[in-house]
Design a binder for this molecule. Structure first.
Ligand SMILES: NC(=O)c1ccc[n+]([C@@H]2O[C@H](COP(=O)([O-])OP(=O)(O)OC[C@H]3O[C@@H](n4cnc5c(N)ncnc54)[C@H](O)[C@@H]3O)[C@@H](O)[C@H]2O)c1
Length: 384
């Protein structure tokens, strides 16, 4: 029987709630599709940090390296200064495991309410490839005269040719599998140095993919194109910070923070990839059962797709969409079911043989036959 070693990091706030719901769905997929998982639950996050002072440690890194993938809930807690957990754990993992690509689908599913009047699923089916280890997220900078009226803060954005090239290459391959259109999103009219390096890289790599149409959109313009004309985009490749921001906008268009999924992909098989909903720990609703777990469930499906469990991934997606479409509201007390209840409903439908969702599925992209998460190398964390 196929077995996958998966590390599970529930984290803070609603993280453990959406992870528990996802694990219920995962268990249903295992029985329906004949594979098994060995799960290692990792205690990390605010409570652990406040008790032990530990964030990302060498021991933990070593332990996680022995897994095929990581499922992640969320991190961040009002009791810990902003940035400590996020930078000290999430960014540390992305960097240590060279999770170069943050893949974020923006797909409006049939029957799911969107705040954009008149938007239809056929018009909203794209993926955003966010560079995941560089840019403003390298954590470099300094503050001089901190705490005085003369404080000077410098925050650096680091852009390397190899770092850009690997995500651009991935994006072109992905575009080839999809509608053959790639858009670079940046701010090259103002951030000239970084913008030119991104554009030059897209031009040079693009020469090897003559069948892919290439386009450019400034990040501010993206904020009006994305809600009103998402059909303009197929694969969008962008810098770490811009990607963080525009994918929250993408999440809103597709039904809210609770439904958007993501994959942090290691592209060379040297370390596990990590899968997480794009939302944070949502302390405002934690503990109330109001969190929608679908983003986490779809991230779990993305994990399975990248591990080669294509049918299970597609079945989870179909089940999640059926449940989502029946919810009176997509989050909060009006959802009709609590977080665990949504997970149970999805789990009950995973083996039901529902038809695959309409349009292009990111599960197919990740499980694509050409390797590299559907666009290039071996299965993450599995030594070939
Ligand atoms: N990868 C991560 O773990 C990650 C990502 C983003 C933010 N954070 C951290 O999370 C904490 C909270 O950040 P924030 O409030 O800016 O962002 P957030 O994503 O946690 O919440 C934003 C809003 O969306 C709602 N929301 C989020 N997820 C939801 C879900 N599954 N169902 C229903 N509603 C949902 C929240 O209630 C809140 O109103 C901060 O500490 C932040 O640094 C962590």
């Amino acid at each position: 029987m196929r077995n996958h070693r998966i590390a599970v990091v529930p984290g803070d706030g609603i993280g453990p709630e959406v992870i528990d719901a996802s694990l219920e769905v995962l268990a249903a997929a295992e029985s329906a599709f004949g594979f098994s998982t060995r799960l290692t639950r990792i205690e990390a996050g605010a409570r652990h940090y406040l008790r032990t002072g530990e964030l990302w440690t060498a021991e933990l890194e070593e332990q996680l390296r022995g897994h095929d993938a990581v499922l992640f809930g969320a991190m961040g807690d009002p009791a810990v200064k902003p940035g400590i957990l996020e930078r000290g754990f999430i960014l540390a993992m992305r960097k240590a495991f060279q999770q170069a690509v943050n893949l974020r689908p923006v797909k409006l599913y049939e029957g799911v309410a969107t705040p954009i009047a008149g938007l239809t699923p056929e018009r909203c089916d794209l993926v955003i490839v966010r560079e995941n280890t560089e840019g403003a997220y390298v954590g470099r900078g300094s503050t001089v005269h901190a705490g005085t009226p003369h404080a000077v803060a410098v925050q650096e954005s680091v852009n390397t040719r190899p770092g850009i090239e690997r995500v651009v290459e991935y994006s072109f391959r992905l575009a080839q599998q999809r509608r053959k259109k790639l858009t670079l999103c940046h701010k090259k009219n103002i951030l000239i140095e970084a913008g030119n390096l991104w554009q030059d890289t897209v031009d040079e790599v693009g020469a090897r993919y003559p069948d892919v149409e290439v386009d450019y959109v400034h990040v501010d313009a993206m904020c009006f194109h994305l809600p009103v004309a998402p059909e303009r985009f197929d694969v969008v490749v962008t810098d770490n910070l811009f990607g963080d921001i525009i994918t929250d906008l993408g999440a809103v268009i597709q039904g809210g923070m609770g439904v958007a999924a993501s994959a942090n992909l290691n592209l060379d098989g040297s370390a596990p990839s990590m899968f997480e909903a794009i939302h944070g720990s949502a302390p405002d609703i934690a503990g109330r059962g109001w969190a929608n777990p679908v983003g986490a469930v779809l991230s779990t499906a993305m994990c399975l797709a990248s591990l080669g469990e294509r049918e299970a991934a597609l079945a989870i997606e179909a089940a999640a969409v059926q449940v989502l479409a029946a919810l009176p509201e997509l989050s909060g007390p009006g959802m009709g079911l609590d977080t665990a209840g949504v997970g149970k409903e999805i789990a009950s439908l995973v083996g039901a043989g529902l038809p695959q969702v309409a349009g292009r599925s990111v599960m197919e992209d990740l499980a694509g036959t050409s390797g590299k998460h559907g666009a290039g190398v071996s299965t993450p964390g599995k030594s070939a």
